[in-house]
Design a protein around this ligand. Structure first.
Ligand code: ADP
Length: 315
């Protein structure tokens, strides 16, 4: 069953085209991650799909117009959601629970989210991770079949991020449909059944993370740093050498030893050796990296455009 669908959806704000003919659908039980540079249109698409803005094209939510969808079935967590500072998680959940006909029991939900110990602490005194987890609990208070969550782990430390990933994975395993946006490619790769990459208002690729990586991620590479000798022609494969870094392309793990031996035989020295497979970040850079430059160049400064690959450096 299709839970969310967009068909040829476009949205312009004045001269700014936020969405340009986007079509996608998300099935029941699926975890779908929207990724893309700042300004790519992710939030606009989420708003379109959940009926908070009007757009050109067709949008459906649970098979009907988004405005007609039963809100008891939907949990929505915008990035800027900012609950009152002087309420505790327990009070917040009681408040949000009161907005629905039925709601989940509060204490077990707080325990699931790992905020049971802070249930009676003012929101303003919670850590960043506890705050975000409390917000996620608020979005889950009505036991929704669909969770729409904008940047679930932005501002959370790596341990808190892992914890939230575990929680979202458990929800997905229990059949909850999840639409999330993220700047962290590792997050999309870890959580999503399918990833949609938005760039400049267009959906430039949609697929399972593994398929995207296989199609767009490029080759396995071997990196050797601190190489001072000219290695060109020594190895029987494509290499590039820039600022002491030798990049050997298309290297399978079993070939690393032979390459190292060949370099040793020629007396080539190096400081460090790294082998890596392409990941979703390589896909992102291949498909959206240039687009981002184009957006920045065409529109002047946009919100921290270079921040859009913040996933690098994550564990
Ligand atoms: P993302 O979530 O991927 O960062 P957005 O959907 O927020 O992207 O924005 C897409 C484009 O639409 C950007 O150029 C943004 O500046 C513009 N935009 C979004 N919302 C508005 C608005 N309410 N008024 C004017 N422009 C907007």
């Amino acid at each position: 069953m299709t839970v969310l669908a967009a068909a040829d959806v476009s949205k312009a704000y004045g001269d700014t085209v936020a969405l340009d003919g986007v079509s996608l659908s998300v099935d029941a039980g699926e975890v779908f991650a929207l990724v893309g540079p700042n300004g790519a249109g992710k939030t606009t698409l989420v708003r379109a799909l959940t009926g908070t803005i009007d757009v050109d094209g067709d949008v459906s939510l649970f098979g009907g117009a988004p405005g007609d969808a039963n809100r008891e079935r939907i949990g929505l967590l915008p990035q800027e959601f900012d609950p009152p500072a002087r309420l505790t998680p327990r009070e917040l959940l009681a408040y949000y629970g009161g907005l629905y006909d039925d709601h989940r029991p509060i204490d077990p939900l707080l325990a699931d989210l790992g905020v049971a110990d802070a249930a009676d602490t003012y929101y303003e005194n919670l850590s960043g991770g506890q705050k975000r987890r409390t917000c996620v609990a608020a979005a889950l208070i009505n036991d929704p079949g669909l969770l729409v969550i904008d940047e679930p782990t932005t501002g959370i430390d790596p341990a808190g991020r892992r914890q939230l990933w575990g929680l979202l994975a458990d929800l997905a395993a229990g059949g909850t449909t999840i639409l999330l946006t993220t700047h962290y490619m590792a997050e999309a790769e870890h959580l999503a059944d399918r990833v949609g990459l938005l760039a400049d208002g267009e959906l430039v690729a949609v697929d399972e993370p593994g398929s995207l990586i296989a199609t767009h991620g490029g080759e396995n590479i071997l990196l050797l740093d601190g190489v001072t000798d000219d290695v060109s022609g020594l190895l029987d494969r494509a290499t590039t050498q820039v600022d002491g870094r030798l990049t050997v392309r298309n290297v399978e793990p079993a070939e690393i030893g032979r390459i190292v031996e060949a370099l040793d035989e020629h007396g080539v020295e190096y400081d460090a050796l790294t082998w890596r497979e392409p990941d979703l970040e390589d896909v992102y850079l291949a498909l959206a990296g240039d687009e981002e430059g184009a957006v920045a160049a065409a529109d002047g400064p946009i919100d921290a455009p270079l921040d859009s690959v913040a996933g690098s450096g994550e564990p």
